[in-house]
Design a protein around this ligand. Structure first.
Ligand SMILES: Nc1ncnc2c1ncn2[C@@H]1O[C@H](COP(=O)(O)OP(=O)(O)OP(=O)(O)O)[C@@H](O)[C@H]1O
Ligand SMILES: Nc1ncnc2c1ncn2[C@@H]1O[C@H](COP(=O)(O)OP(=O)(O)OP(=O)(O)O)[C@@H](O)[C@H]1O
Ligand SMILES: [Mg+2]
Ligand SMILES: [Mg+2]
Lengths: 162, 165, 162, 165
């Protein structure tokens, strides 16, 4: 119904402004209703102003910029309806090292109240994990889990970001 | 820190019993392509009561149960258990630890258990909806889901907001 | 028309078998017609047997396995209609380090006859480049290109894959 | 090694003239998110005669021309030149180096030049089609295109084969 959507929209839009400012240092994002007159029918547009650039629709941005904005929206929806845990599957795939680092710091900040399980191939992301588990298939088609030492991953990540 | 452990057996590529522990605030899961990391993510959605096969990356119920390999036969059912710390009683149930378990058979029948007692799906859904965990719809961001919300039409995107209402 | 599609299909399917054997060491792929009786209407299915696993449709495979198979198909179409150059934009995004390495070796093999321009964030992929150029935006919104030293990228890549 | 250099000016984020050289068999392009790497890829499709705005990641012609930033005004046109080594005469034209250039204006009009001489789009397309470079449809694999061919329906996938025929 229209009031519920309107309330949710405005709260999520407020979160979105805050979260985008953190992920796009010096930039910001806005959620825009496509039909501000007709809350029953309106869709939601994502507008982004990366640092130094102008506001445009998310469609004209790069793969990594889109990925970061999409994550901001998912986090904003999550803040509207929080849960004590959050599972992320390879959300860092399109990001450069600097943005992976910013995302990692945002996750660390949220992790005070939310427990995260993060699937990743990225050595910079691995650095913020308290512990790492490796999925392996020694026997073809059958998954086993092993514990992985942080130190080795950390060394590789430090070297990779050098 | 509410997640304690996830136990999988017969679910997708987990032919043998596997226990995933969650001993920290940020737990990393790594490993080569195709080794089962996203299957762990699917298992969390599954045990929280997900009904949509699409969100479980399955086209039929069978796809959720170990299909067998060259040396081992397919299993007849799949099972996932998620154990949560409830020492703060954030879940409205009087146990310090809460284990939800879901078993599925090839005929599609699912059975649910709460600390070993058989319950209905809606008992589990009710317990979680009261605390914001709605089948993991916001708690689980699957592989490629970020790109999906970006390429969605403004109208499709609205549905995400309606689910959060 | 049906004969042309049939010829193209069979040749591309042959390339696909060869290329998948190289990218999935110990595994292989097959292209299957959905309507083998009706060449006018038939679609094309991708089946994959990763090393040690059984043949299934690509839809039941992991993100990285799908990515690798999709690349094999694009390369197979490319071998059917070769061009002296090939531009690849972040095709390694979903791959683990071992698969990035196999893709890199395949590109090196093709590069005897085809010149490649590869956009990437991956330090292992960067290693096969003869030269690297960095796109930068010192002035917001305006792209400049700078030459990047291979040595530093190579050291980072060696450490990252350690 | 046929690619020699790509010259961009006024195309997308290339407000100032930029020259991309291709001095090796494998040329790497790296850099932070949003800095213009995929715009270089779009420029190659563009100069080879691509007409589909969707494949050029544009929603209207304007999107192909530098839109201005806080300090600089938008440009009135965009231009891309691609210079190819033709010492082996793989292109059926009697020059050791071949430069194709395409200029586009905000009203949508495109002009094409071959070694400085004005030509029509189909002259360029014919020259390339004879040697297998069809608007870069196989020579250019864009960001996300691999996932697209994987998630396509079997019927949609057929179109890739029909284009290769
Ligand atoms: N019911 C099943 N029985 C056996 N194997 C299965 C079943 N369902 C899925 N699998 C297999 O599990 C494998 C691993 O899938 P998963 O998506 O978890 O990989 P991943 O570790 O996330 O890899 P990536 O890094 O490529 O995303 C796939 O090869 C898939 O075919
Ligand atoms: N006509 C234009 N005028 C000015 N800037 C533009 C124009 N068209 C696109 N851009 C901008 O160019 C920027 C860079 O885009 P591009 O897609 O090339 O980035 P990228 O280097 O590939 O990044 P990623 O690693 O995230 O894929 C985007 O922010 C986009 O908005
Ligand atoms: Mg996965
Ligand atoms: Mg890009």
């Amino acid at each position: 119904c229209r009031d519920r959507f309107a309330d949710v929209f405005h709260r999520v839009a407020a979160h979105f402004q805050d979260v985008t400012k953190k992920l796009f240092l010096g930039g910001e994002g806005k959620l825009i209703l496509t039909e501000s007159e007709d809350m029953m029918e309106s869709g939601v547009d994502i507008q982004l102003r990366p640092p130094g650039k102008g506001f445009t629709s998310i469609a004209s941005r790069s793969g990594g910029e889109q990925s970061l904005a999409g994550l901001c929206l998912l986090f904003s929806l999550f803040m509207e309806k929080p849960s004590p845990f959050c599972i992320l599957d390879e959300v860092d795939a399109a990001l450069d090292d600097v943005n992976v680092g910013r995302l990692a710091r945002l996750i660390e900040e949220f992790s005070e109240k939310i427990q995260f399980v993060i699937v990743t191939h990225n050595k910079v992301t691995m650095q913020i994990a308290n512990c790492l588990f490796g999925a392996t298939m020694e026997e073809a088609g059958i998954t086993k889990l092993i514990s992985v030492r942080m130190k080795r991953a950390q060394e590789a990540a430090l070297a990779a970001s050098a | 820190m509410v997640l304690l452990r996830l136990n999988l057996h017969g679910f997708k590529s987990f032919a043998d019993p596997v226990e995933v522990q969650f001993p920290g605030r940020i737990v990393g899961v790594i490993g080569p392509n195709g080794c089962g990391k996203s299957n762990i993510v699917d298992a969390v959605r599954f045990v929280l009561g997900e009904q949509s096969l699409r969100l479980l990356r399955a086209r039929k119920i069978d796809d959720l149960i170990f299909a067998g390999n060259i040396r081992r036969p397919a299993t007849s059912m799949g099972e996932v258990g998620l154990t949560l710390d409830n020492s703060t009683r954030w879940l409205d149930i009087d146990y310090p630890e809460v284990e939800i378990r879901r078993m599925i058979q090839r005929d599609g029948e699912s059975r649910y258990f709460l600390n070993g007692a058989a319950v209905r799906l809606k008992d589990i859904q009710k317990m979680f909806m009261d605390v914001g965990v709605n089948k993991g719809h916001y708690s689980v961001i699957g592989q490629g889901q970020v790109q999906m919300i970006v390429s969605a039409s403004p109208e499709e995107r609205r549905q995400y907001f309606e689910e959060a209402a």
